[in-house]
Design a protein around this ligand. Structure first.
Ligand code: AMP
Length: 180
């Protein structure tokens, strides 16, 4: 289940750094170059599939928008359902919402009230491409809880360790690549 240094390098090398995007001082981690690289994408998805096969998950919940890509592939590989956690105003049915603070102001994520079906305590893996401050993922984990399911782990392709986003996170956090 541990990622070999060879496979880690394949994934890491496929991610592109874009300095000063979307604003000065931010180094944006661009995963489009991972997605269009079949070897890197396959290496990553094989690793995640291997890790989560034994978790007996009921659903994968992916965070808008890059979490949808990895989450949906993984859900299909594991034979479980996929649930989108979306930015406010995008989901058509009845939703439950959670606000979280940004550097300036706040943002809000939503989930369908019936996203995890009838089963109380469904086991859900939360996934996104990157954890920075952790605000988005914590709000998403709270939503899973609010609609009666159980977030058993939060998984990220990358973790910006210096922002300490995993601190104060109730479910276990797994990141494929720690970036300093
Ligand atoms: P946060 O709520 O601070 O943990 O931010 C996480 C969300 O913002 C994720 O959905 C990421 O895709 C995105 N994000 C934050 N920082 C970066 C970055 N440096 N590069 C790419 N995406 C980022």
């Amino acid at each position: 289940m541990t990622l070999s240094s060879h496979d880690r390098k394949i994934i890491l090398d496929s991610i592109r750094d874009i300095p000063d995007f979307p604003k000065p001082g931010i180094v944006f981690k661009d995963i489009t170059t991972l997605l269009n690289n079949p070897k890197a994408l396959n290496t990553l998805m094989n690793h995640l599939t291997e890790r989560y096969l034994s978790y007996d998950l009921d659903y994968i919940a992916g965070i808008d928008a890059r979490g949808f890509i990895f989450g949906a592939i993984l859900a299909d590989r594991l034979g479980v359902g996929f649930v989108p956690v979306r930015k406010k105003g995008k989901l058509p049915y009845t939703t439950v919402a959670e606000k979280y603070s940004l550097e300036y102001g706040f943002d809000e994520v939503e989930i369908h009230i019936d996203a995890f079906g009838e089963k109380e305590g469904a086991k859900v893996l939360l996934i996104d491409d990157l954890i920075a401050t952790g605000g988005t993922a914590k709000a998403a984990a709270n939503l899973i809880d609010k609609v009666g399911a159980q977030c058993v782990e939060a998984c990220f392709i990358m973790e910006l360790g210096f922002l300490k986003g995993r601190e104060g996170f109730t479910p276990p956090v797994y990141s494929v690549l720690e970036i300093d």
